[in-house]
Write a protein that binds this ligand. Sequence first.
Ligand SMILES: Nc1nc2c(ncn2[C@@H]2O[C@H](COP(=O)(O)O[C@H]3[C@@H](O)[C@H](n4cnc5c(=O)[nH]c(N)nc54)O[C@@H]3COP(=O)(O)O)[C@@H](O)[C@H]2O)c(=O)[nH]1
Length: 513
Amino acid sequence: MNPLQPRRRHRLSHLMFALLVAALPFAATVPALLWQERQDLQASVRQQVDQGLQLVDGILDQADEAARILLPLAGGSCDKAVYSLRRQVAVAPFVRSTVLLDGDNVYCSSLSGSTRWAMPARGFVQGRMQLLSGNAVTPKVPLLYYRLNRGGDAAVATVDGRYLQLALQDVSDRILVFLQVGDHWLGPRRYGEGAMPARGQVEEIRHSSRYPFSVRSSYDVPAWHRHLWSHHAPLTVILLLLGLSAGATLYWLLGRPASFTDELRRALANDEFEGYLQPIVKPGLPDWRGAEVLMRWRHPREGLIRPDLFIPRAEESGLIVEMTRRMMDAVLAKLAKLPLAPDFHLGVNISRAHLQEGGLYSDCRRWAGLLAESGAVLTLELTEREMVAITPEVEALFRRLDALGVRVALDDFGTGHSSLVYLQQLTVGGLKIDQSFVAGIGSDGLSGHIVDSVAELAAKLGLATVAEGVETAEQFDYLSRLGVNWLQGFYIARPMPLDEFVRRVRQGGTWQR
Ligand SMILES: Nc1nc2c(ncn2[C@@H]2O[C@H](COP(=O)(O)O[C@H]3[C@@H](O)[C@H](n4cnc5c(=O)[nH]c(N)nc54)O[C@@H]3COP(=O)(O)O)[C@@H](O)[C@H]2O)c(=O)[nH]1
């Protein structure tokens, strides 16, 4: 299984989730805001139209009252009626003239007394109202005739259109309100016939219950994005920024490793594990004769992390196999072409998971192949602390590795319980004397005896010995005299970055005592 795959899948789902959250403030607020605004607009237009209707009804009530008073005089003598006609003009608000008709002809007028001109009933809506752009007296001033009929006679009160326009103006706020009588309409500033100007998508109409007219208004619902930007630009920006920061925070939170294993997986995907090399020398010979590859974690925030802080968890999770594979591939890509000393031993720590996982043999074949060019030998260091059960498969694997020219050494020898069993049953080529025993040389008699015994046992079994943790000249001399084949420790060199190791090998003269 590729340990990186689940991580990529998670990243994608985290991104989707974060985008969803980023869109949430905008998506939750804007439709509600626009809906509320539309409701408010509709309510305010309804209110305007209702108020318009009330005002026009009120004006017409005055004309109706005047016409009602004059109607009994219709058909009678004009001389007798003219005073009453003029009186209504004087006392009735909004009424600018009054006339009496016999049939379709005006025969008496408040303006000129006895007269004769045609005012056909068919021009009136429901025989009662007519809206005009003007008349002979004031051709450019709209007016409205209000007519009451009795038999063939009629009385008409004329309302000055400017009163109506003032009333319409008064109720027109953002949206214009119009009066409609039949095909004729009157707006706050205009008069017309036929279709009303600027018909919008939404229309509000109220019909008077008492007179044959209606008041109407219409408006367009603006495109939501244009409306939002022109009316709520700061809010839109705030919502978008809020969403983006919430989404980004969520993405960051989701991306944080949920567990230490997740953090290791993230680090593996980012190639944060690298190999440091600690040189190994042979007593009496110049130059580095080997090296141990030791893993370091170059953490982006924490800096360089020691292996004992993360290797145990990497081993538990099985990630150690892929970590070792990547580290060794990177190390060998640089080491393979180096002028290494003859019989150079490159040690690498191998975990139990790698032995069990099945890929160890093919990894070793690849690594040994790369090293072959430089004449170096690969040594697998297996720690006693983490040994596998000895099965026929494990025995066969050790034999195949031996045939491949890959050496196996028991690391931390003497600290576990099964050292001797491994020596007996597995094809092992060497022992690594644990640094705790080396540290006791010269000061702790028991440690000195153990080191002596291990060296003696190794010599008898024909095994190569490496002593690790050599920190002093005294330890170096003691182990050299004892015949230990390889020495490793701070006295010789500390583990160093791969590039430094390569540079120093290229410069030559790496070790001289
Ligand atoms: N499975 C894997 N285990 C690994 C890998 N890389 C390292 N390790 C194991 O981690 C443990 C700690 O390693 P590290 O901190 O690198 O310490 C090594 C040396 O730096 C240290 N050393 C060497 N010389 C001296 C010395 O003179 N004094 C002193 N105090 N310490 C010294 O010893 C460690 C080497 O140990 P060993 O491997 O037993 O030779 C350690 O158990 C590593 O095995 C890895 O890639 N895989």
